[in-house]
Design a protein around this ligand. Sequence first.
Ligand code: SAH
Length: 342
Amino acid sequence: MKIDIRNLSEDQIIDFFKEKGFDSYRGRQVYEWIWKKSSHSFDEMTNLSKDLRLMLDTHFVINHIEVDKIQKSSDGTIKNAVKLFDDYTVESVLIPTEDRTTACVSSQVGCSLDCNFCATAKLKRMRNLNPDEIYDQVVTINNQSLKYFNRSLSNIVFMGMGEPLMNYNNLIKSIEKISSDKGLNISQKRIVVSTSGIPKMIKKLADEDLRVNLALSLHSAIEETRNLIMPFSKKFSLEEIKDSLTYWYAKTKRKVTFEYIVWKDINDSIEHISALIKYCKSIPSKVNLIEYNSIGDENFKSASENMINLYKDLLEKNKITVTVRRSRGKDIDAACGQLANK
Ligand code: SAH
């Protein structure tokens, strides 16, 4: 079996060359090809002799993603269905705004969580993505941003398929590669990791020497409601989550962003707004109100515009920073929670 060369560290590649009697700079050249230049074939490595390239070919493969299908929304959003080396498919989305391009990337094939309002949750979790598979999604979207919008990618959000904190090691490795000057050199400050809230892993992330931002899918600050719409969260009380976020802030000095969808008859009441305000006041945080994207389930309907505005007003009156995330790419099922390999 050939080894996937992107599983090796730079030192391991250098050692390989040294063992074969070559100079160590050959290893550095190859490492630059597979990461910085995101090359997917040894043939492209033109500063290596043909013999060297053939030699690499006999020992290694470069597994990589392949864009299978591209869909473009009327609002400029682009959804990619990307095929993995073992034929699984995930989706990654390019979201353009006036002045930025955001890549929304997947971290797992399917998802093991059971949020009732999310289309990805209906897919079984098949496996974790490798660091290179996450990296490749970012490269793909960066190239599309250059091609269609004449600018580089500016932001990355781990809000595609899967729960990033349940693919922790590969998440960290991918962030390191994305932000390294030997990789894409994108600032960690421009990366958001979105989690449904796994306290132990939030603390672990806080302990890393990283500068990424954290978003937490809260959706309700009332325990019973949250447990109803996100059944897995019964395992983690809001109190435990609060505790982990307090730790996060103490360690990083970066506020968490609460992602919060407002639904009709679920959390569209003063009682829910008050609970959210109280929760926010106990943790350095901001709120991102998210427009609900239908996944065809009758139990979930977006709250009225008035209700969303009421949330916004009351949060602001309580000095909590709040933004409203309008839905993008709905016509191609590329919006939050709609990724389901349709
Ligand atoms: N598992 C991670 C990341 C993926 S979901 C997490 O839960 O945070 C990214 C965001 O989209 C989350 O805030 C999620 O709650 C939200 N989302 C899921 N389904 C949605 C839908 N149908 N409409 C709008 N947002 C949705």
